[in-house]
Design a protein around this ligand. Structure first.
Ligand code: PMV
Length: 321
């Protein structure tokens, strides 16, 4: 039943993969070659409101500023909204987004952005009663793979699924509290990324001779990382998370031509971390399609982390509902 669109506001947290999604088996449906597992970033995320437009035109704002409809952000949001408009309504929309991720952290907001947009469009079109969060996670996948994992707080796993139509490829929360778990961002490059994760992934899958070993290794890492989280075994978890991220970056480095998101400053920070670990620090690194370093550690290491990395922006992922 087509209900009248009404304004609807939603929030979604950003997330950092502890076991990475890297490589698609289906481009049109955005289906991954391997499962992935993330931690959500509590109040770092996207607030999005979707409302019927009152002047017959689409409007997109970001951080309170109206965007030209052909800017990449507006164009992507509207293209995603069109997935709903062909079914539910063809009404012109107003999409207002505010990101609470500190700009200085240099984190991409596509995961929280597409998750919040999915929730808000579903609410606007009166679909929240008929669609489960799992179904919304599946829909958000079409906007950005990592958005599947931004519908819940805490640890979230995106199962790759096996079906060709992608009906079993969505995320679910691990439903587990680990109050001592911490994550910190070490900002390196806060500008726009050199190459989108979409392009970087495709280039790696197509040209990197090291990519062949990635899907099986990533699937095994994801299972081992999930068990370590369930057992709250940080000494097993930390090394697995760091190895998984470095293996992903190794597939890129072997691409032809090579793809490198990490800069000399990233490597300097990694070397500082590894030296501190030899001196007893229990913190481990993970890196995505950008130069920034993210650290995971437990509360008892927080003071040492802040002393060694004063620039660290620390997040307590279980502090918020
Ligand atoms: O779905 P995308 O385009 O945001 O790709 C995410 C890729 C990585 O951030 C590198 C890994 C991940 O699982 O988040």
């Amino acid at each position: 039943s087509a209900s009248v669109p009404k304004p609807f506001a939603a929030y979604a947290p950003s997330n950092i993969a502890l076991s990475k999604y890297w490589g698609k088996r289906d481009h049109a449906r955005n289906l991954p070659l391997n499962s992935s597992l993330s931690i959500s970033l509590a109040d770092w995320g996207s607030h999005t409101q979707v409302s019927p437009s009152d002047d017959g035109q689409d409007h997109v704002t970001l951080g309170g500023k109206e965007l030209a409809l052909d800017t990449p952000f507006a164009a992507k949001a509207l293209r995603f909204a069109d997935l709903f408009r062909t079914h539910a309504a063809s009404a012109p929309l107003r999409i207002d987004t505010n990101n609470t991720i500190p700009t200085a952290a240099g984190l991409a907001s596509s995961a929280s952005g597409f998750a919040a947009l999915t929730r808000a469009i579903c609410g606007c079109f009166g679909l929240t009663e008929t669609l489960s969060e799992a179904q919304m996670s599946l829909i958000a996948r079409l906007g950005s793979g990592s958005a599947t994992r931004s519908f819940w707080h805490g640890f979230v796993r995106w199962d790759k699924g096996t079906r060709e139509d992608g009906a079993d490829s969505f995320a679910h929360p691990l439903d587990l509290n680990w109050p001592e778990f911490r994550i910190a961002i070490l900002p390196v490059d806060v500008g726009p990324k050199s190459q989108s994760s979409r392009d970087g992934m495709n280039h790696t899958v197509v040209t990197s001779p090291l990519f062949n070993s990635w899907p099986d290794q990533a699937e095994a890492d994801c299972a081992a990382i999930e068990s370590a989280i369930k057992e709250q075994d940080f000494e097993t978890l930390g090394p697995l998370v760091e190895a998984n991220a470095l293996a992903m970056h190794a597939t890129m480095q072997a691409a032809r031509p090579a793809l490198t998101y990490l800069t000399s400053e990233s490597w300097t920070l990694l070397e500082r971390l590894w030296r501190a670990r030899q001196d007893g620090l229990r913190a481990f690194a993970t890196m995505d399609a950008g130069a920034n370093i993210k650290l995971i550690f437990l509360k008892q290491a927080a003071t040492d982390v802040m002393e060694i990395f004063p620039q660290a922006q620390m997040i307590d992922p279980f502090s918020k509902p």
